[in-house]
Write a protein that binds this ligand. Structure first.
Ligand code: PHE
Length: 505
């Protein structure tokens, strides 16, 4: 806001006492600029102002032509030579085009001219161009004393009405011709120097709308994660801490009875750390784990290979959250027996070729249940309930192989669109070769299952390329535009299968 305009306003008020109409006084300044200056001065109580709306008539394009060159009737009159001969209608048309008809009509009405055969002749020697004079008046004053003239000019589309905002300004309670910078904040410096005593403070503007609050937006993965968490909490699970993304091969593989020659432990499948490459030490029960790999135990003959401590110390980006479950089960085993239900939802890493469907990382949803009464039947029962809460009602199980579970089951659900059973997760009963070295008693059974968070999220949010969901190509607009919550609380079959099969209430 220019101080120059504010000063001009104050000086004008000082010398004239009043500004009756700002638009008239400041012809070249826009209304917005004037209003800005007035508001600022008003907040300091240097002035007060009232809003005036002035109605002004302005000249339209056709009116401008007649204002400059005379009305059409006058132009036509001037083109008719004195005498009985006059001028042919064709000649007038050729000279004036479309204006000729309008000019003639008005000229007949004014009794300036008349038709004589196919010619036009004069009725009078000279005329007064009243239309032009009226337009001149409107142009000068923005209006015309005669309502009839205004009406006529408007009907002929020569003039148009405009509303102009303007202000009448008078002196305020604090009037002066000086502009003092107003302080907007009480600062430490002002308090220390005492400047606050004489400072002039800017008034609060309670009419101001303020800045739009901009909140954060949850990523779709985090929203679906929340839905899973709710189901876990509803069914009595505790959340595991998953904030260690790097783990030793011991926790990621060995303690899970994954042999050191297993293909999952290849460079092609797992990210090994370069720096630091190995863990400082292994948990003190590592010889028990070594023994079960080398010699077996708990009814098992083991893998019968020389187990390497160095291999076990290799640090990896965890390939599954089952490393966490294993760690938690070991902790659980150190206390007196109690049944436990643990879950986690977090990132895991696998050395995969990246394409539209695969990244080298994904979120694993995992649950483990430790209970003396746990059986394969109760795991199936639990999975039925768990997936039903997510909107999937019929499951099938297919035997599979995991080094750490026996029996192991892939979880399938019927896909109506593909008309086939599709895999939605993996599960099983953890082996004694894994559980006993962790310290769990022989009669404690532990079941587990896992699935990816990305798949249901992509289907639910209609995202068909994983790179649009995770990574540097993610469009922040997509995250902001997606609804904060969905009303279809149950995720429904479509989440896992790509289309709605049956609605769950
Ligand atoms: N770790 C398994 C996976 O990565 C999931 C799983 C967890 C399977 C627990 C069985 C038991 O697919």
């Amino acid at each position: 806001m220019s101080d120059e305009l504010k000063l001009t306003i104050l000086r004008k008020l000082d010398s004239e006492g009043l500004i009756e109409n700002t638009t008239a006084t400041f012809k070249d300044v826009s209304v917005e600029t004037i209003l800005g200056a007035l508001k600022s001065l008003e907040s300091q109580e240097k002035i007060a102002y009232d809003t005036l709306t002035t109605e002004v008539w302005t000249i339209e394009a056709e009116g401008k032509d007649q204002l400059e060159n005379g009305s059409y009737e006058a132009q036509v009159f001037e083109a008719v030579p004195p005498g009985n001969e006059g001028i042919s209608i064709e000649a007038l048309k050729a000279k004036f085009g479309a204006k000729a008809n309008l000019g003639q009509g008005k000229g007949f009405k004014n009794k300036w001219i008349k038709k004589s055969g196919s010619n036009i002749v004069r009725l009078v020697d000279s005329i007064t161009d009243q239309t032009k004079a009226d337009l001149e008046t409107v142009h000068q004053t923005g209006t015309h004393p005669s309502k009839d003239v205004i009406k006529d000019l408007k009907r002929r589309s020569l003039i148009k009405q405009n509303k102009i905002l303007s202000y009448a300004v008078r002196k305020g309670a604090n009037f002066s011709t000086e502009l003092k910078r107003q302080a907007t904040d009480l600062t430490l410096e002002m308090l220390q120097s005492g400047a606050w005593k004489s400072a002039e403070f800017k008034k609060f503007n309670f009419d101001s709308l303020g800045i739009n609050p901009s909140g954060g937006h949850l990523h779709p993965l985090m929203k679906v994660r929340e839905e899973f968490r709710e189901v876990f909490f509803e069914t009595g699970f505790e959340e595991m801490p998953t904030n260690n993304f790097v783990d030793s091969s011991f926790w990621n593989f060995d303690a899970l009875f994954v042999p050191q020659q297993h293909p999952a432990r290849d460079l092609q499948d797992t990210f090994f750390l370069k720096e630091p490459a190995v863990a400082n030490s292994l948990p003190d029960f590592w010889p028990v784990v070594r023994d079960v790999h080398e010699k077996g135990g708990y009814g098992s003959i083991g893998y019968r290979y020389p187990w390497s401590e160095a291999e076990s110390k290799k640090l990896v980006l965890r390939t599954h959250t089952t490393s966490i479950s294993t760690y938690m089960l070991h902790k659980l085993a150190q206390q007196p027996y109690r049944p436990a239900k643990y879950f986690s939802i977090d990132r895991v890493y696998r050395n995969e070729a990246v394409d539209a469907k695969h990244l080298a990382e994904f979120h694993q949803v995992e649950g483990v249940i430790a209970d003396k009464n746990m059986s394969l039947g109760s795991l199936i029962d639990f999975l039925d309930i768990f997936f039903k809460k997510m909107g999937i009602s019929d499951l099938r199980f297919k035997p599979t192989y995991n080094p750490y579970t026996e029996p192991s089951m892939e979880i399938f659900s019927w896909h109506e669109g593909l008309r086939e059973w599709v895999e939605i997760g993996n599960s099983g009963m953890f082996r004694p070769e894994m559980l006993r070295p962790l310290g769990l008693a022989e009669d404690v059974r532990v079941a587990g299952f896992g699935l990816s968070l990305e798949r249901p999220t992509m289907i639910k949010y209609g995202i068909d390329n994983i790179r649009a969901l995770v990574g540097h190509k993610v469009d922040l607009g997509m995250i902001e535009a997606n609804p904060a919550c969905r009303l279809d609380k149950k995720m429904g079959k479509e989440v896992f299968q790509g289309r709605v099969v049956e609605a769950e209430s």
